[in-house]
Design a protein around this ligand. Structure first.
Ligand code: BEZ
Ligand code: FE
Length: 332
């Protein structure tokens, strides 16, 4: 077997075959298409039929006047046809995929977004974040947004409690917001939201409920502080098609424990991120691939009776965490 043949089925094989040219490699294996992919168990005649269709669909975008739309559609079609050809997708499997997407549409409404869950669990959300948030000096890394942010979270002053009665162990959260030169950013807007100790967001109880979420602003020194809840692991909603997919492939629906942040300031790239406690019981097996090492923070537990930073009386244990946030300039 030649080295070409060991690449059989590899999607990134680059062998410079022009569109609609088909090269026979060995019995039952052809190299075909603009990306030079190799398809198994296909005669050159069959590969030519398949490639002719790809070329026709690609050409159907020739008159598109929006160059970016054209680029995206042409690439989407080429990759989708390559996928269908590479796995030799059956009509039954394509039907199952259509049924799956239909079910995802039916379960989606204003508060349940199955397509975000699908994008998240297939790593598409995280990859889009990687592509759009390039590392810049010491800027804090971004991670998934998730489906549970709401626009109208209440404002709290520094030092106040964002739990609003949601159950869970109190957690003191503090830190600074600076630019990549270390300059403190006063007035940065910080949105925070998290699940309660039962693994549920407020909106999962009732679309109008607001708890365990708030927004606040950094003070004149670029500092912020608030009470939240010690994060705990929870499953993403898994009573729909995405849950069935996870169970069919033997995957857990659990997300690693986390606290969400969205931080914005004029002249800076808005940061969407989380922090994850060290030593989480589910380790790094986050079902939406959101964990980055730089976002894992110590949340030391404080024994009952330990005085709190702002004099709040807490019954039982509480935890604390420091998260210093660095914003990249906008446009990088
Ligand atoms: C979340 O962290 O809130 C989340 C992210 C992705 C999918 C489901 C939930
Ligand atoms: Fe979350």
């Amino acid at each position: 077997m030649t080295s070409k043949h060991t690449q059989t089925g590899h999607p990134d094989t680059h062998l410079d075959v022009a569109p609609n040219e088909v090269e026979e490699l060995e019995e039952g294996s052809v190299q075909s298409g603009a990306h030079g992919r190799i398809y198994r168990d296909v005669t050159p005649e069959q590969a030519a039929v398949e490639q002719t269709l790809v070329d026709a669909v690609v050409a159907s975008f020739d008159a598109c006047e929006d160059p970016r739309l054209k680029e995206v559609m042409v690439s989407l079609v080429k990759h989708m046809h390559s996928f269908i050809r590479e796995v030799r997708l059956t009509e039954k499997e394509w039907g199952t995929a259509i049924e799956f997407l239909t079910a995802a549409g039916h379960i989606t409404d204003d508060v349940r977004q199955e397509f975000i869950l699908l994008s998240d669990t297939l790593g598409a959300s995280m990859q889009t974040i990687n592509v759009n948030n390039l590392a810049y000096k010491g800027a804090t890394e971004a991670t998934v947004f998730g489906p549970f942010f709401v626009e109208d979270a209440p404002e709290i002053a520094n030092g106040e409690d964002m739990a609003f009665g949601a159950p869970g162990e109190p957690c003191w959260v503090e830190g600074t917001v600076t630019d990549t030169d270390g300059k403190p950013l006063a007035g940065a807007r910080i949105e925070v939201w998290e699940a309660d100790e039962d693994g549920l967001y407020d909106v999962q109880y009732d679309a109008g409920k607001r708890a365990a979420r708030a927004h606040l602003f950094t003070d004149e020194n670029g500092e912020y502080r608030f009470w939240g809840l010690t994060p705990t692991p929870y499953p993403i909603p898994h009573d729909g098609p995405v849950g069935k997919m996870l169970s069919a492939v033997g995957r857990s629906p659990l997300r690693a424990s986390h606290l969400h942040f969205m931080v914005s300031h004029e002249g800076c790239r808005t940061l969407v991120t989380h922090i994850f406690p060290t030593g989480d019981p589910i380790g790094k097996a986050d079902t939406v691939f959101g964990i980055k090492d730089s976002l894992i923070k110590d949340f030391p537990r404080q024994p009952a009776g330990t005085p709190t930073p702002n004099g709040r009386e807490v019954d039982g244990t509480w935890s604390r965490v420091r998260f210093d946030i660095v914003l990249a300039p906008s446009g990088v």
